[in-house]
Write a protein that binds this ligand. Sequence first.
Ligand code: GLN
Length: 508
Amino acid sequence: MSELHELSLKALAKALQSKAVSARETSEHFLKRAKAHTTLKPAANPFQAPQHLGDPSHSSGAFVSFNEAFTLELADQSDLRIAQGTARRLEGVPIAHKDIFVTQHFPTTAGSKMLDGYCSPFDATVVTQLQDEGMVNLGKLNCDEFAMGSANENSAWGPVKNPWDNTRVAGGSSGGSAAAVALGLCPAATGTDTGGSIRQPASFCGITGIKPTYGRASRYGMIAYASSLDQAGPMAKTAEDCALLLSAMCGGDPDRDSTSLDLPKEDFSRDLHEPIKGLRIGIPKEFFSDGLHAEVRQSIELALKELEALGAKLVPIELPKTELSIPVYYILAPAEASSNLSRFDGVKFGYRTKEYKDLDELYRKTRTEGFGEEVKKRIMIGTYVLSHGYYDAYYLQAQKIRRMISNDFQEAFKNCDLIAGPVTPQVAWKIGEQNTDPLANYLADIFTLPASLAGLPAMSMPCGLGASNMPVGLQLIGNYLGESRLLNVAHQFQMATDWHQKVPGASK
Ligand code: GLN
């Protein structure tokens, strides 16, 4: 048998069910690997957030906390169930969670000093759903502070390094999740996508990730960034693995999340093996503009040829408002963030400044010291666009264009079944390279934002290596509730190619 971390999640689940390996052995294997790639300052007690010690060279920066005793307890329970013949679908398979999902048995920080030491009294619905399928929680994963970023350089616990090249970013905001899966530190991870944070790091690290239709996965217990955009989704090596995970993660939660779609659980693996002959794939001309780097363009074009060889028909389409998705998103997301983040005031939870004269100073000093620069910038922008006198000019206008962006997609879907194109204009950039140019980071979101603003399901899968030997991701965008179709196309592509099997040299 291959080493455990080389197996797909599906193969690992099978090995566990057949008792070829025990859940304890499996968790110990992944914990050992994860710890070898992590440098944490030991916490005084397990409910305090352990912190990264700067950015030591042998640390990937992917994991931010462990609770080994709890992980092994879950693994032992899985072994008992397997022995008793009551194993659930994913019994004993480890998973790690983006540190934006609240967890009872691990600290939750959302990559922010503001939540240092915070431990939630409950688990996020997504965490519970995966645990209810038998999955074992391995630990928490680094992310951009409150999920704001495209490079995972905005975390209070340091950056996440790209497993393919340690000097490059892993992508963000779910960079810890993408790097951990690519390095084989866990077979799967959860991520969240507000404007591309599952697809973009998946693309940068050479793994597969899907953001479902807005409302599919419960947002209960997912620390809010921009509530009308935030969605949870799985990140794993293959589309087949993502389908297994997504089937566990979706299902209505209307009592606890008012935007949750009240739909029964679905089996997203059901269409994986359907042939894609005759499928109409829309190619938006705006996704192939001058800003697209040559190495990305080349890989994408080859991937599209491969889809054609599998019987799909490529149809030229237009998404004319693509460019406007950047200003629209960077008005709406900060507006929602400024409201969501007002709860972090030093009174209710998390960090509190040491000295203060009165309540005003307590608020001001706590927020000044607790939030990082990017978060503070967005709170200020958000407060500005919502303020009396500017609301109509910015916020309302952006909402109107958001609707037009959704309408463009519906127009396009009259002529195609799904849409394909690049995830980002470029491969992962060097750590620190874009720090001097705040706009550069935002511009890199151009191809992921439209689907987010429209609330459509979208995914990324590896489709090539660029000239710099860095992974390139192909984006697939479906119509509402079209996840099964996306996963079907991705699976057929992965049956015919081996880009998803390529691993970074660093993991060897
Ligand atoms: N890069 C985008 C931002 O910074 C998207 C982040 C996300 O999807 N969480 O807002």
